[in-house]
Design a protein around this ligand. Structure first.
Ligand code: GLU
Length: 910
């Protein structure tokens, strides 16, 4: 028994073991069927001269094979074919050869024409085609993916850099038509940004010099260069020969491969040659690739290639392309069973898994040696960062990065920014800066006497020079202008005084203050771009007297509203009267005890109607009471109207009585010119006086004549003018920036009228000074970084009592205005609606009554006509009472009294 049990247990164990082995074998077979073949071929098409790319292609395939985490069961095989770069016929043959051998995807070639040809074959036979070349087409074929950055995004990078560099005028030089397409965006942006852009094409086969000479004639120093990488060195040499590669010149090279060009000859010329780089030099894969270069070269090369300092962008893209393909194959392997079959170009039967493989490639994201590799929904590579590069004495250097995200753009470190903006003209120099004391541009500090030199001053202009000195790396010494003048030209001697004179005489290098850029001054000195905008206006003292008017009780409503209110009063009264007469329920027997000769009376005579409406409008009421529905509706809607109008009136009257209305004796410059009671003047040596002097407009000429005939009206400085205004009866013609500062602190000062002109303050330098351009660029930079805005806030709103009059300004802005029809029009609409409704009701009441007392339709109509005539005749407020009508031939019950009313012939009495 025991033996039998043991034997059956053993048999069961044996059976289980066999079952397990069978299942394992079957699952292994199934997996073998499902997974990739052990060898996966990838086709690579290269033309002559693309050895570097071919080498890296093979190397990348080997790297993937040695990585056990990617495609562990299959080995990639690089199947390479060569042909002439423009030889489409051979390309055709080579592609068909590759397809016949059975490839999972095809990479390359780099040349445009053959690549398009290969693309069409791949499309037809559904083989993924991976490209790494610049391609302008704005849509991707279904079976194609391109690792080269999207041209539109790349164009944005160029535009951002040009904007960053502050180029307003530049040339675009290109050598082939692709270049023109590439740079089209410059044309579009030129209009938007008010750039002056000139396009030049290098003539094929001719030296670049020819075109450079043309560029040189334009005196434009900023050049965008679109040249094939292999020609860049020669193109720069030619520019050097023509004299277009000096310290004044700036280049933007569009090639992403400037790092592969020998720039030895251009390092010391101080020309700013900038470009972008896609390759991520910090990538460990790239470092390993470059380290292993010599062995790679001997291992795979058809010939030995010298190790490059760094590889070309298209080569790097090939490496990333292989990685992308391998990752996609791995993902595909995990989800479906595929096989790679030989494809024949002749029978045109496509590969079944081509589009799936490509669909797996699109969402893949990884860090390759060209940075972040990711594709947008359309299959374009649009999220990538670029290194901003520039040529310095140490060769090509990375100076910042460009980020495609909106609002990020070019980001360059401060040190390199200073380098880019050619600070060397000012670098480490000490410049003498002349200024004039005027709030808040340049002011003496409270403890100025104890301090020396620059420490004595503070203000907007002082801070501005300090900020510029940080950007342009210069030192400065501030000096007050000796004659305390801004700068005017003495027409008899032809000499300039003030700060302008000091610049011309070489006593100062820069002049900064509230110094206005004018055409006359521009002839004598150079100005930078304006750092602040301004214009002439009038500074005046606020009147202190309150203005009273006799009929101020009318102010809450506008004239139109008053007219409407009167109209509504008359209209409602008349309608009440008519409706009252029409409605039978308004007719009442005043003596109910009297049974014979009953007479009906109506309370709403015309006079009573007017009395009723005025009584309610005045909130007093009257002893009249409407009885019918229609007249009560009129009363109700009129009460509502009264309620709203009286509340609005009361509220606005209260506001009018509390807010002071200030009336100025002058409203603008014209008013000023028409009178002589209030004196007015400007700073004697300033551009404001110059404006009136040179003006051809009668008003301004008259004002200038007044000023020169009363010379004491001229102020020595802004502070002097302000003092005179505070003393009263004086209007000071001042620039808005200074007015803004004054009224922020002196609350009884105000600006009268708008601006008489528009101009700006700039930093003045000597004529043809190299500083001017640099300072302009510096000002632009400070503007873009928001520094100018911060400085303005600091010196206008915060420091030295800023914001003292903020409350006054708020009060001033809370003015009261009369209510116009727009504010109360709705009540009139409701009134009209209510009145119409009441008229309708009166008609119904009228008809109802007629129907009740008339025996038939005809008599009802007659009755209505008669009653209507009586109502509209407006003759009497009394009428005889009736209950029904009896005509000749009437045979009804004899309970009807018949007696014609004396006042209404033909009427039958009740
Ligand atoms: N900004 C003026 C100038 O540069 C000085 C002030 C004025 O004239 O109002 O001359």
């Amino acid at each position: 028994m025991l033996l039998h049990f043991q034997r059956s247990t053993f048999e069961a164990w044996h059976l289980n073991k066999m079952l397990f082995i069978y299942i394992s074998i079957i699952s292994a077979i199934i997996h073998q069927i499902n997974s990739f073949p052990s060898v996966l071929r990838i086709g690579g098409l290269f033309s002559d001269g693309e050895e570097e790319q071919e080498l890296v292609f093979k190397y990348a395939v080997d790297r993937i094979n040695s990585d056990t985490t990617i495609l562990p069961r299959s080995a990639l095989v690089a199947q390479v074919e060569h042909f002439g770069s423009e030889d489409s016929f051979r390309a055709d043959k080579k592609v068909c050869g590759l397809l016949h051998a059975g490839v999972a995807a095809i990479l390359g070639p780099l040349s445009d024409s053959t690549s398009m040809h290969v693309q069409s074959i791949c499309d037809a036979l559904e083989i993924p085609h991976i490209e790494t070349r610049w391609d302008i087409s704005s849509h991707r074929e279904e079976l194609s993916i391109n690792l080269y950055p999207k041209p539109a995004v790349l164009a944005r990078a160029y535009i951002d850099l040009v904007k960053y560099l502050g180029w307003k005028q530049f040339c675009v030089a290109y050598e082939d038509n692709d270049g023109l397409v590439r740079l089209q965006e410059f044309l579009k942006q030129a209009q938007k940004n008010d750039w002056s852009v000139k396009f030049y094409k290098f003539r094929p086969g001719k030296p670049y010099r020819e075109t450079y000479w043309k560029i040189k004639k334009t005196e434009i120093t900023n050049i965008v260069l679109d040249i094939r990488t292999e020609n860049i060195n020669r193109a720069l040499k030619h520019a050097q020969q023509v004299g277009l590669l000096t310290e004044k010149h700036n280049y933007l090279v569009t090639s992403l491969d400037l790092h592969t060009v020998d720039l030895e000859d251009f390092k010391f010329g101080k020309t700013k040659i900038s470009s972008f780089r896609l390759i991520d030099t910090s990538s460990t894969e790239l470092i390993t690739l470059l380290d292993e270069w010599s062995s790679i070269s001997t291992r795979y090369g058809r010939r030995t290639i010298n190790p490059p300092e760094s590889i070309r962008t298209d080569t790097a893209l090939i490496y990333d392309a292989v990685k992308l393909l391998a990752t996609a194959l791995q993902d595909l392997d995990q989800s479906q069973s595929i096989d790679i079959t030989p494809i024949s170009c002749e029978n045109g039967l496509p590969w079944l898994h081509g589009s799936s493989l490509l669909n797996y490639m699109r969402p893949i994201t990884f860090r390759g040696i060209t940075g972040l590799v990711a594709f947008d929904q359309l299959g374009f590579r649009s999220s990538f960062t670029l290194d901003v590069m520039t040529v310095s004495e140490d060769g090509l250097q990375k100076i910042g990065i460009w980020n495609p995200e909106e609002g990020k753009g070019v980001n360059i470190s401060d040190a390199w920014r200073a380098f880019l903006f050619q600070t060397h003209a000012l670098e480490n120099k000490t410049v003498v800066v002349t200024t004039i004391l005027n709030e808040p541009f340049a002011m003496l500090k409270g403890s100025a006497r104890e301090k020396s030199q620059n420490e004595r001053y503070e203000g907007y202009a002082i801070d501005l020079i300090d900020e510029l000195s940080k950007v342009l790396l210069f030192k400065y010494i501030f000096r007050e202008v000796k004659d305390e003048a801004y700068g005017t030209l003495n027409e008899t001697t032809g000499e300039w005084n003030g700060m302008i004179g000091e610049l011309i005489r070489g006593e100062a290098d820069l002049a900064i203050a509230d110094l206005t850029i004018t055409s006359k001054r521009e002839e004598a000195v150079d100005f930078t771009l304006p750092f602040m905008n301004t214009g002439i206006s009038i500074l005046f003292r606020k009147p202190t007297k309150k203005v009273t008017t006799l009929f101020s009780f009318l102010s809450p409503f506008s004239m139109v509203v008053w007219v409407y209110v009167v109209g509504a009063y008359v209209g409602v009264s008349v309608i009440l009267f008519v409706v009252g007469r029409l409605s039978p329920y308004e007719w009442d027997n005043p003596h109910p005890c009297r049974q014979d000769d009953q007479v009906l009376e109506n309370d709403f005579s015309l006079l009573n109607s007017f009395w009723f409406t005025i009584g309610s409008l005045m909130q007093q009421g009257s002893d009249l009471a409407p009885k019918s529905m229609s007249t009560r509706t009129i009363a109700g809607i009129w009460y509502f109207f009264t309620l709203i109008m009286i509340s609005s009136y009361t509220a606005n009257l209260a506001a009018f009585l509390t807010v002071e209305k200030v009336v100025y004796p002058i409203e603008d410059a014209k008013d000023l010119s028409m009178q002589t009671e209030i004196e007015y003047g400007c700073v004697k040596s300033g551009s404001t006086c110059g404006f009136f002097k040179d003006s051809n407009l009668t008003v301004y000429r008259r004002m200038y004549e007044f000023m020169i005939s009363h010379p004491y009206v001229f102020a020595a400085s802004g502070a002097d003018g302000k003092k005179r205004v505070l003393n009263g009866n004086y209007a000071f013609l001042m620039e808005s920036a200074s007015i803004e500062y004054a009224i922020e602190r002196e609350c009884n000062l105000t600006q009268i009228g708008g601006l008489l002109d528009n101009k700006g303050y700039g930093i003045a330098t000597r004529r043809n000074s190299p500083y001017s351009r640099l300072l302009s660029q510096g000002i632009l930079q400070l503007q873009e970084r928001g520094v100018l805005h911060t400085l303005k806030d600091r010196w206008w709103k915060q420091k030295r009592g800023g914001g003292a009059c903020a409350d006054d300004a708020k009060k001033g802005s809370s003015s009261v205005t009369e209510l116009s029809l727009g504010n109360v029009g709705g009540v009139f609409v409701v009134l009209v609606g209510g009145l119409s409704f009441s008229i309708l009701m009166a008609v119904c009441e009228f008809m109802w009554r007629a129907r009740k007392i008339a025996p038939d339709r005809k008599s009802m109509c007659d009755e209505m006509v008669r009653d209507l005539k009586f109502a509209l005749s407006c003759q009497s407020s009394t009428k005889p009472a009736r209950t029904s009508i009896r005509y000749a031939g009437y045979t009804g019950p004899d309970n009807v009294h018949e007696k014609p009313a004396p006042s209404m012939p033909g009427f039958i009495n009740y």
